[in-house]
Design a protein around this ligand. Structure first.
Ligand code: MN
Length: 288
C-alpha cells in the first residue's frame, strides 16, 4: 500500500534579519506563523546565516533573560555558542552540536559566542527553534540536554546526510528526549541528493530552507529563507536538493491547546502570562 503525500499548504518568505543582542543576526523563519496554533508544537525559529565576527575579548551575545513554558533548541553550524543558566548548567557547543533546554517552570539564562571562539574571531552560524510544552508539562523542572555531534545518528542521502536530533528517520532514533512526539532533523544535502521523508499522519510538518534551493514533492522549487508548511494529512514528503542545501525538517504531534505568548513566556492563558511576569520579577526563576 502506498502512502499519501503531505501537500504544500503555504510557502512564506522570511522577513529581513534583525540582531538578537550583539551576537546573532537572525531571520525569523516562521514570520507571521510564529506562535500560531496551526504549527503546533512549534513556536518560532530564528536562523543566523554564516557571518564573520572580528576577534574580540568581549564575546558577542545576549545577556541574562528568562524563559518559561516551552523548550529552546539551539543548533550550531559554525563557531561556538555558550550557555549559562540559573540552575547552574553551563554548556558550550560547536559545529553539529545541539543544546536542548527545557525552560519548564522558569529559567534565566544567557547565550554568547564562546570566549575562546570570540578571541579567535571567525564565522558563526546557528539556528534556534522554540518547541511548546503541553499544559501538564509547563511547570516541568528546568533541564538542559547537551547533545554532542557524535551522539546524533547520520543517515546518508546521496552525498549528504540527514542528522536525526529528535524522532526517528530510516530506523535511526535521535538522542533528544522530548515531552511530546517531535521530529527535528538537520539535513545537509548536496546538489542532486534526493530522499523521501516519512512523517506521522495528522502531524504538523514544516520544512525551513536555510541555504540552497530544493524541489519538493517533485513539483515545487523553493529558494533559501523560505518556510514550507505541509498538510497535516498524509505521511510523505519528497525532497530533492537543487544546490548544496541546509534544511530542517520539523514534525510533531500538534498540542491541541490555546497558546498565550508574551516575549520569553509561552503559556495557555493571559492570567498565566501575568503570573509568569510576576514570578520573574520576584526572582522565582533564579538568577545568574
Ligand atoms: Mn534565550
Amino acid at each position: 500500500m502506498s502512502s499519501q503525500k503531505k501537500t504544500i499548504t503555504r510557502v512564506i518568505e522570511s522577513p529581513q534579519p534583525h540582531w538578537v543582542g550583539d551576537g546573532f543576526f537572525v531571520r525569523p523563519l516562521f514570520a507571521d506563523l510564529a506562535f500560531q496554533r496551526e504549527i503546533s508544537p512549534f513556536l518560532m525559529l530564528d536562523y543566523a546565516a554564516p557571518a564573520r565576527f572580528p576577534p574580540s575579548d568581549t564575546p558577542p551575545g545576549v545577556g541574562p533573560h528568562p524563559h518559561k513554558g516551552f523548550e529552546t533548541v539551539t543548533i550550531v553550524y559554525d563557531g561556538e555558542v555558550e550557555h549559562r543558566d540559573s540552575t547552574g548548567a553551563i554548556g558550550c557547543i560547536g559545529p553539529g552540536e545541539v543544546q536542548w533546554m527545557t525552560a519548564g517552570s522558569g529559567i534565566v539564562h544567557e547565550e554568547f559566542h564562546s570566549r575562546a571562539a570570540a578571541r579567535r574571531g571567525g564565522v558563526v552560524s546557528m539556528s534556534q527553534l522554540w518547541v511548546n510544552l503541553p499544559s501538564r508539562d509547563k511547570s516541568a523542572t528546568p533541564r538542559y540536554q547537551d547533545i554532542p555531534g557524535k551522539s546524533i545518528p547520520e543517515v546518508s542521502v546521496g552525498g549528504g546526510v540527514v542528522r536525526v536530533i529528535a524522532g526517528e528517520f530510516a530506523g535511526q532514533r535521535g538522542p533528544a528526549s522530548t515531552f511530546t512526539p517531535v521530529q527535528v532533523w538537520d539535513m545537509r544535502l548536496k546538489a542532486g541528493d534526493k530522499t523521501t521523508l516519512t512523517l506521522g499522519e495528522g502531524d504538523t510538518a514544516l520544512l525551513p530552507v536555510l541555504q540552497g534551493r530544493v524541489r519538493l514533492n517533485g513539483e515545487r522549487e523553493i529558494a533559501a529563507s523560505r518556510l514550507v508548511m505541509f498538510s497535516h494529512a498524509g505521511e510523505e514528503i519528497e525532497v530533492e536538493a537543487l544546490d548544496d542545501a541546509i534544511l530542517l525538517l520539523l514534525g510533531g504531534e500538534p498540542i491541541d491547546e490555546p497558546v498565550a505568548a508574551y516575549g520569553p513566556f509561552v503559556m495557555n492563558t493571559q492570567d498565566e502570562i501575568r503570573q509568569a511576569i510576576a514570578d520573574y520579577r520576584a526572582g522565582k526563576m533564579g538568577s545568574l
